[in-house]
Ligand binder design. Sequence first.
Ligand SMILES: Nc1ncnc2c1ncn2[C@@H]1O[C@H](COP(=O)(O)OP(=O)(O)OP(=O)(O)O)[C@@H](O)[C@H]1O
Ligand SMILES: [Mg+2]
Length: 245
Amino acid sequence: MRDIILKGHRISRNFGGLQALKDVSFEVEQGKIFAIIGPNGAGKTTLFNIISGFDRHFGGEILFMDKVISGLSSHLITRKGIGRTFQNVRLFNNLSVLENVAVGCNGWVSAKLFRSIFGVRSSIREENSIRKYAEEMLQFVGLEKKKDHEVESLPLGEQKLLEIARGLAAKPKLLLLDEPGAGLNEKEMESLKTIVFKIKEKGITQIIVEHNMKFIMTISDEIMVLNFGRKIARGTPKEITKNEK
Ligand SMILES: Nc1ncnc2c1ncn2[C@@H]1O[C@H](COP(=O)(O)OP(=O)(O)OP(=O)(O)O)[C@@H](O)[C@H]1O
Ligand SMILES: [Mg+2]
């Protein structure tokens, strides 16, 4: 039996007269890499915003680990175990590389402790546990040497890896990556591939939106194709390639 971690049932989203998503249903299997592909404007990011609770004005239902999560706030959804990165990098430029990852720990650290780290009363012992975890995540994506750097000094490729480290810092069961390869050179794509496989080894399920087809075909277990807000195909990389021909 397939162990389904995330289920979308007839997801629809309108922006004024524009139907960004129309009756999209899908199932994501636990531990797998599920890719979403489709041309610009197909509705991929819209779907990510819906799953992660950033957009709550949609039709249909989302189930995460058999529980309805549609309608919950993004904060609660993060706490339940869904992490994400953004198509346009969203990092805090006034914080260091390490601090940006520490922000990701927000989901499992108590609000009181979190306040103590970013100012007010400092509690050294607990602060260390977060620092250690954030450093571990930086090491995971290969950025540990840059931990004290300013975010703006990092090239785009490293900023994208930093976003993944921050997403992982929340200890997600499901991670959504929105075009992690955009703007990366070939060497950076290779390290991204390694990181994605390492995340899979940890047992974390991933949904990845990406335009780089070579990358998608090598990493995905299953692919869903969207076009003008509609699901037009789903299958393994092999099945999708065969259909294209
Ligand atoms: N907040 C919004 N208000 C109005 N229209 C929107 C909004 N967000 C998205 N859209 C529209 O919905 C459609 C789907 O957009 P979306 O960003 O989901 O596409 P995408 O598949 O992620 O495309 P890309 O590959 O370019 O990132 C587009 O036509 C877009 O212009
Ligand atoms: Mg997008």
